[in-house]
Design a protein around this ligand. Sequence first.
Ligand SMILES: [Zn+2]
Length: 618
Amino acid sequence: MLKEDKEAQEPDLLRSQCRHYHRIKITIVFFLLAGICLFLFGRLTYFMVFQAQHYAEKAQELHERERSIKAARGRILDRNGLTLADNKTVCTVSVIYNQIQDREEVIRVLCKELDLSEEYVRKRVEKYSSMERIKSNVDKETGDRIREYDLAGVKVDEDYKRFYPYNELASKVLGFTGSDNQGILGLEVKYEEYLQGKKGQILTVTDAKGIEVEREGERRIEPIAGKDLVTSLDLNIQSYATQLATQAMLTKEARSVSIIVMNAKNGELYAMANVPEFDLNEPYEVTDAALTDFLKKKTPEAENFDLAAAREALSQEETQEILNGIWRNACINDTYEPGSTFKIITAAAGLEAGVVTPQSTFSCPGYIMVDDRRIRCHKTTGHGGQDFVHAIMNSCNPSFVTLGLRLGVERYYGYFEQFGLKQKTGVDLPGEAGTIMHKMEDMGNVELATVSFGQSFQITALQLLTTAASIVNGGNRVTPHFGIKAVDPETGEETVFDYPVESGIVSAETSETMRYLLEMVVSEGGGKNGAVEGYRIGGKTATSQTLPRGTGQYISSFLAFAPADDPEIISIAIINRPKGVYYGGQIAAPILRQLYENILPYLGIEMYNQEETTQSED
Ligand SMILES: [Zn+2]
């Protein structure tokens, strides 16, 4: 007991001693700090009151004025070296108060040449500051003209502005830059580290009155130009794809049309058109079409809109919302339900697993029962008995549901992952959307059945195209991309980009069978409108509903590759919400037919010699 008490008392004693000591310490520190503060305050007052004049003079005696020199941003080039994004020399006009001799003349000239109000210019010219900016982004001719007046106190600095010679072309791929020439969207932002370069500086030493000291002159730190980005984009193919997409959008009164053209063997993207595109030289312009869409969404019942008034009334958030919509790259930023083009994946999975061969037979009475659900075929009277070749040619839903059920949830899910559908494609553009798929544990027979013909999950158009490419190219999953290399414009030094390729996605045999099946779809099946005279084309059509379902709106698409026996090119055309006829085989297939008629000869892909093959078949 006693021992315990002693132990309990001792710490109390220690604690009180400690407290006393602390109090002393705090008091000392307080007085010390107070003393220092008082001293500093005294010194400061002394400098501010008594020495102000002396120091101000000293500071102004010699003073360096710093101006930065923008680095030329690297250009973006197409695969043939044509310039898609360039720099235009622009000027920034400024005035230096202390150097101006004839104030009225300066005001008069700047108002006239820069088309500015006298009030605006006078306020800046008469403002006492070391350097006052009057206007930036002045075109070079105007800048040169102002220089010729040789007015004291007026500075014309050259600067760069991003310039897109083809305005709207590939707008959602190239992207644009902000006020400080930094990438904001698309390849411009993805390749910022190569394109941006390094700013330089001009140091001007001036005397107390702001007048340049002659003998000191200017010290310049030269800027380092950014690297040029060579892309896989082909200006001709992109232009033609854009033209076809625009034509389809207008004739079908569709909301939007996208076309992707890719090299099936290495993933180089030749074209990615998303109409409506936007003008890269005016990226912040809220277009009439976008504004109308926005207003329609807000008040669906209204018919006519006063666009001018609506434009005035837009809040900053609303404007940004509309711009984000205008800038969206539907091929990679948006997901959709692919529909029947996804039968390519189900067929490949079935062939890989050995649960189907081209000779396997299926029967279609116009529907199929899965658990308690009745899933219809698009041909309500049924396709009857048919082999697998005809099942895919006819795009028969019950046949594909049967195939999916034969695989079962686990195996189907395994192929979905093996084919790379759960990952992103890794395309070199920002904001790629991921796949929206059931969790395996949530998948029952009904979900499996709908996935088998491309419904109840969502992927991007580029994901579908990339997966289809790996299925028909011999089993190599390529990384779709635009960037080929960055080139130093002065030294010519190159940084070549490489991209992962995963082989063995499907076996060579499965790939070969898939090429055959999909060629049959185009030569004799639902993809007939995609056939191109003299070329072997493989492909698959789709007509899917927009989500949420039940609005009576559709997405029509066609995916096709050529030549069918050894694919070099693979493409997809997607029409979003067409009016009137909406079947992919009728409206999307002809788009790629026209595209291929034009670009296959352009790419030097040889025509198929029919005679030779007929002989060998005999
Ligand atoms: Zn059927």
